[in-house]
Design a protein around this ligand. Structure first.
Ligand SMILES: [Zn+2]
Length: 430
């Protein structure tokens, strides 16, 4: 699916397929060259990762698709079982076609949720001999409902640019160069969507790289599953792959001939896989089952990608251990839109869990009406405009009363956990 310039012989071998490109590795090499300090930072993060994996190995139960906990706080003693990642999508368009719809963005969020929680509908395509490797990575993605100033947002920015295309030089990440500035990476995952030159599908920042450029970049025709999404990259797997890099994944062939991806349970393989292959493809002595080309970190077409492994999950989660590079994201300061969370859609036939707030605007007493009994026993949290949790009550009945008389005037977000997607509402205190 994605194609990095890792080895010249590969370039020649698959030159005819060069329309399929992830350039995260090439970008990484550029960044390391331009910033000599980055190598040390990357090495330090790698040492931390190794230490975490040896000291606190993540259970490799595999196969199950649990993840019913909605805990997203920085739980002491370990990472939560489901980590919520607030997402902001920056759409840079020069033509109308490039100004993709919010529905297309949501379709991408849904794929991220499905694939990172092993809720994707095509897991049956994983060969039986590799099925036990597939796992629920435990990440939930939601469009941010509050921006960096605490103002209400959809988590989607549509911005006109005079640039007819972008490259991997990061112009798309800065307003000064025709792009859009990223939001604080300690609180958000930034995704930039635009048009690119050449055959670039996307790339990710380097884990350990500059704060302002942290996030992933995806071509507008390879984003989501509707609208401009175009086969064979119309199933949202480019973003899944790039977010994998953002979570410190390396290509399955280790960006070298029979290289290492620093993951224990992925077999070695000689190079990237293209198209939608079938059967066993042996390389690097990886008998008996061969290349794991169904992995999201290979270059296979969207339709051929189906899994992350237990080992990949363990490596991702080290970023969220105390002291880890993305640990700050666990602070849970940004309410997210989970109304169409893929997990909840897959888990229940009922429509999205609703929340009614009245009176609204309010002065003192507010009634919050929930509909989903799954909310019972969970928490109802109130966030201020800065995204700080300022009130939290246990849900003992579906009709609750909150006293907001002590709150300053402004907009507040209320979120109730139902163990899956949650219910979210906006309260105006006057
Ligand atoms: Zn890649």
């Amino acid at each position: 699916m994605k194609y990095c310039l890792s080895a010249l012989f590969l370039l020649i071998t698959i030159a005819g397929l060069a329309q399929t490109q992830c350039r995260s590795f090439e970008y990484r090499q550029q960044q390391l060259k331009a910033n000599p300090m980055l190598a040390q930072t990357v090495a330090t993060i790698e040492q931390f990762t190794s230490r975490q994996l040896s000291q606190r190995p993540v259970a490799v139960t595999g196969g199950t698709s649990g993840g019913t906990s909605s805990s997203s706080g920085a739980a002491s003693g370990g990472t939560p079982s489901l980590i919520t990642i607030p997402v902001v999508v920056h759409i840079l368009y020069n033509t109308n076609a490039e100004n993709i719809s919010d529905a297309q963005v949501q379709s991408q969020i849904d794929v991220l949720n499905a694939d990172y929680q092993k809720q994707n509908s095509d897991t049956a395509e994983i060969p039986s001999y590799y099925r036990s490797l597939a796992t629920n990575c435990g990440f939930r993605f939601g469009l941010a409902l509050a921006d960096t100033n605490g103002q209400a947002t959809t988590g989607i920015i549509h911005k006109y640019t005079t640039n007819s295309y972008f490259t991997i030089n990061d112009d798309i990440k800065s307003s000064a160069t025709g792009g859009d500035d990223g939001w604080d990476r300690d609180r958000y995952l930034n995704i930039w969507v635009g048009n690119f030159t050449g055959s670039l599908l996307g790339y990710s920042s380097v884990v350990g790289g500059a704060k302002a450029t942290d996030g992933v970049v995806v071509l507008y025709t390879a984003f989501g599953t509707v609208g401009t999404a175009t086969a064979p990259f119309n199933l949202g797997r480019t973003a899944v792959h790039e977010v994998g890099h953002w979570l410190n994944m390396i290509h399955t062939w280790g960006d070298d001939s029979c290289g290492t991806d620093l993951v224990a349970d992925t077999p070695p393989q000689q190079g990237p896989t293209y198209g939608d292959p079938s059967g066993i493809i042996l390389s690097c002595g990886n008998t008996p089952y061969g290349n794991l080309y169904q992995d999201y970190m290979d270059f296979t077409d969207d339709i051929g990608m189906h899994l992350f492994t237990n080992g990949q999950k363990a490596r991702m989660l080290t970023l969220f251990a105390p002291g880890g590079f993305r640990y700050a994201l666990l602070a849970d300061t940004v309410p997210v839109d989970t109304a169409t969370d893929a997990v909840s859609v897959a888990a229940t036939e009922s429509s999205a869990s609703a929340m009614t707030i009245y009176p609204n605007p309010a002065v003192s007493l507010v009634t919050v009406q929930l509909t989903d009994p799954a909310c019972l026993g969970g928490l109802l949290d109130v966030y201020n405009q800065l995204g700080q949790k300022i009130m939290s009550v246990r849900v003992t009945t579906l009709t609750l009363q909150l006293d907001v008389a002590g709150l300053a005037g402004g907009i507040y977000f209320i979120r109730a956990s139902d163990g899956k997607k949650g219910a979210v509402g906006k309260l105006i205190r006057i």
